[in-house]
Design a protein around this ligand. Structure first.
Ligand SMILES: Cc1cc2nc3c(=O)[nH]c(=O)nc-3n(C[C@H](O)[C@H](O)[C@H](O)COP(=O)(O)OP(=O)(O)OC[C@H]3O[C@@H](n4cnc5c(N)ncnc54)[C@H](O)[C@@H]3O)c2cc1C
Length: 427
């Protein structure tokens, strides 16, 4: 390694990773603590015209109503709303069995059940918002090579071009993704469950308009989700949808290698014709599916966020929504600590954050996991139970409400959004 060039001045907070979670976390903190100096370090170039971070690839994300509330408080929603498709109903069914349930907007006080947005669009607006926020500095492309706790906080060695610098911070929030190189460097292990499956992603067009309907369909080989997307012109009835199709790892190559017509045939054999004929399938990509939890999410001066803290099966659409609830909870506690002049990296404070989020993390992970395990089973008793479960959910309004409330991020109390007034500079 070349010599470290200089020690930069103390930052209040450094966020490592400019993916969906790192950018949102930086915005939440910058808005609520306007006097805090926040530095975000991202190893890829950060540019709103050409977003390259892996979070912002060709996927689409289902944002829960709780997530949209946070984006509204950040004044970001007006930039996103016209590109976001409201979900008016969610239909859950089990292929070849009678059990099914549906949840509609009118059962949620008329409020959309969520919104679907293309990740690229979301990334462009998150990036633009960070670039125009005066107390966020972005170092990119720049890679954090090392994080070391020191007496007054944390030191980070950052490589930018061929230069190495040291950043000192009260707190570092590490959102460097599911494989989290820094988690590994800090010697933090993981608990993981490999589903031996992969998610195949593609954008689709159907002959019938979706009218905002989202579908979760369970098949013998794993679940598939079809999420409604806005039309290309943003005005007419939309026929566009995003596919998340779970395939057994052993069949992945075959599925990816199918020509469009064969891909559509296989898909429709599983999904049916609820939206008519699928007339177009876009480029396909795939993601290996695991559930991963970091064995430690906090240390003195350090918090892991987003995929670096927990990675969930994507079919229930919970990963980012859960991470955002974590980010909001951490921000709420840091606001209080800032007002009390308490060090932001204080271990007791960070442990309090984790204990406040532990229940939400556990329930959400279990919900996503059970979705896969129960519905993947060929065992006749489990098949009977899941049909009874879906019928039960559909027949018992209270149960249905609870199930969907958790999926929408509305089941547990939420962190307050409580900005501190910016202090006038003295002298
Ligand atoms: C197929 C699929 C569909 C999904 N759908 C949904 C959904 O509908 N709803 C939902 O809520 N969630 C969904 N998710 C989950 C969601 O995508 C993740 O929660 C989100 O992408 C996590 O982002 P992140 O910022 O934590 O990590 P990442 O996107 O991996 O970002 C990490 C960033 O850190 C940077 N980095 C890494 N190391 C360093 C370093 N040393 N120095 C500086 N920078 C570094 C990387 O370049 C990268 O930009 C889905 C996930 C998948 C796979």
């Amino acid at each position: 390694m070349t010599e470290v060039a200089a020690t930069r001045k103390l930052q209040d907070i450094v966020v490592v990773g400019g993916g969906m979670v790192g950018l949102t976390q930086a915005l939440l903190l910058a808005h609520q603590i306007p006097d805090a100096e926040i530095t975000l370090v991202e190893s890829l170039p950060v540019n709103m015209q050409d977003v390259r971070q892996p979070s912002f690839d060709a996927r689409a994300t289902a944002l829960s109503p709780a997530t949209v509330d946070v984006l509204q408080k950040l004044a970001l929603w007006p930039f996103l709303e016209s590109s976001a498709q409201p979900i008016t109903r969610v239909h859950v069914s089990d292929r070849g069995h009678v059990g099914q349930t549906e949840y509609r907007q009118d059962e949620n006080s008329g409020r959309a059940l969520g919104y679907v947005i293309e990740n690229r669009r979301f990334g462009a607006e998150l990036t633009a918002a960070c670039l125009r926020t005066s107390n966020i500095s972005i170092l990119a492309p720049a890679e954090v090579l090392r994080v070391t706790p020191v007496r007054a906080g944390v030191e980070l060695v950052v490589r930018q071009a061929s230069e190495h610098t040291v950043l000192a911070a009260q707190l570092v929030i590490i959102a460097d993704g599911a494989n989290s190189p820094l988690r590994e460097k800090l010697g933090i292990g993981i608990d993981q469950h490999d589903y031996r499956q992969a998610a195949v992603i593609a954008n689709l067009s159907f002959s019938e308009p979706h009218h905002g309907a989202a579908f979760e369909r369970f098949t013998e080989e794993g679940p598939l989700a079809i999420l409604p997307m806005v039309s290309a012109d943003g005005r007419s009835q939309s026929h566009r949808a995003a596919l998340v199709w779970t395939r057994p790892a052993a069949q992945l190559e075959e599925t990816l290698g199918l020509d469009d017509a064969a891909f559509i045939d296989q898909l429709q054999a599983r999904f049916g014709y609820r939206l008519g004929r699928c007339s177009r399938v876009g480029e396909r990509s795939s993601y290996p599916l695991k559930m991963v939890f970091a064995r430690e999410q906090v240390r003195r001066g350090i918090v892991f966020m987003g995929n670096a803290a927990h990675f969930l099966h994507p079919v229930a659409g919970q990963g980012f929504n859960l991470a955002l609830r974590d980010c909001a909870q951490l921000a709420a506690l840091l606001v209080q600590a800032w007002s009390r002049k308490q060090p932001l990296g204080d271990l007791t404070l960070l442990q309090e954050y984790l204990s406040q989020q532990a229940v939400d993390q556990k329930i959400t992970a279990q919900l996503s996991h059970n979705f896969i395990q129960v519905f993947a089973s060929h065992h006749p008793l489990l098949q009977l139970a899941r049909n009874a479960g879906l019928l039960g959910i559909s027949l018992l309004p209270g149960l249905k409400q609870e199930f969907f409330k958790q999926m929408m991020g509305q089941a547990l109390p939420r962190a307050e959004f409580q900005p501190i007034e910016k202090q006038e500079m003295v002298g």
